[in-house]
Design a protein around this ligand. Structure first.
Ligand code: ATP
Length: 326
């Protein structure tokens, strides 16, 4: 009821009468008033005027399950949503609830992440109240060796969601980053629990720098945030919902073939590496070349300087621009 009430108030141009709300939910005026009081306690500014009803004046930048549910238009993805004020890592949390049987499509989202992780044991910063740390739990019936493709799908969804909500020219830096104006605004970490030929579950985590104003010295060169690039703050719940809507669309297309044959053109259009000279950093192997983007397997197609073409698998590889991060 809370999520639906929020949606009604937000989408209404004027006051919504208490009577209308009672009839809509089939509950008493007191029951409606109790939910309104809860929302006020959570930071929503709601005006109540006699003989007119309720009107929402200000929506705080929160990512509670109700706020997300009141905004999301998916059929199944993130319909179950768990909000945490603070967490070690949303990926670790999602893995724990996956072990306990949480449903496919559950979204774990946190306001603060104190032990966020990147690839190869590196850290990921999510300070309180500014960014999105979120992880989606999936139980895909695909071959375990194809799971790294899910990282590419999340990167695509994040870039498209950012474009829709902010209008910024977000691009994908293969395989697991989203960049705006050459700065990394989103990192993705996919982890899996699988048997040799069967996936138990996959968690796909995304850390998105939304409203962060400045960054620690160590990452200042490469990290950026959406609000800095846009020049104004962005409602985090709206962005998270939009990314989930994009991901549901993209994931369902992916499942039909288990590859990116129907998606790689859309991907390549917003892949910042495409057409650029890049340096490929594989463990123990470093080379430069030019890329035309990804193929249907999600591999980066790189033409080395000696003319040889290689398809680079997304596993442990990093890519850099020849003269900088992108
Ligand atoms: P590479 O760009 O080398 O491929 P990566 O994309 O795999 O690296 P991740 O593992 O996704 O890197 O992210 C971890 C790294 O990101 C950290 O080592 C740190 O330098 C940087 N980092 C940490 N927090 C943030 C943040 N909030 N925004 C941008 N970059 C961050």
């Amino acid at each position: 009821m809370k999520a639906e009430l929020l949606r009604i108030l937000r989408e209404s141009e004027s006051y919504v009468s208490g009577q209308q709300l009672c009839e809509h939910f089939g509950v008493s005026r007191t029951a409606v008033w109790k939910v309104i009081r809860q929302l006020k306690e959570e930071g929503y500014e709601i005006e109540a005027v006699k003989n007119k009803g309720y009107r929402i004046c200000e929506i705080p930048d929160v990512m509670t399950a109700e706020e997300i549910r009141s905004r999301i238009h998916t059929r199944w993805m993130a319909q179950s949503c768990l909000y945490l004020e603070s967490v070690d890592s949303t990926n670790s949390y999602a893995k724990r609830i996956a072990e306990e049987g949480a449903a496919e499509g559950t979204l774990v989202i946190a306001d603060e992440q104190i032990g966020g992780r990147g690839r190869r044991g590196r850290g990921w910063e999510t300070p309180k109240g500014t960014n999105i740390a979120m992880t989606l739990l999936l139980r895909p019936q695909i071959r375990p060796e194809h799971a790294s493709r899910l990282t590419l799908l999340m990167a695509m969804a994040a870039a498209q969601g950012i474009r829709k909500v902010t209008g910024l020219d977000a691009g994908i830096k293969w395989p697991n980053d989203v960049v705006v104006c050459g700065k990394k605004v989103c990192g993705i970490l996919t982890e899996m629990n699988a048997e040799i030929d069967y996936i138990n579950y996959v968690v796909i985590g995304a850390g998105i720098n939304v409203n962060q104003g400045s960054f620690p010295e160590e990452i200042r060169q490469t990290a950026g945030s959406l609000s800095v690039e846009l020049g104004k703050k962005i409602p985090r719940a709206e962005l998270a919902a939009s990314i989930m809507e994009e991901l549901e669309r993209i994931y369902e297309i992916f499942l039909q073939t288990e590859d990116l044959s129907a998606l790689y053109e859309e991907y390549n259009k917003i892949c910042v590496n495409r057409g650029h000279q890049i340096r490929v950093l594989e463990p123990g192997n470093e080379y430069t070349g030019t890329t035309t983007g990804i193929n249907k397997n999600g591999e980066l197609v790189v033409r080395k300087e000696n003319g040889e073409t290689v398809n680079v698998y997304a596993g442990e590889v990093s890519v850099r621009g020849l003269y900088g991060y992108v």
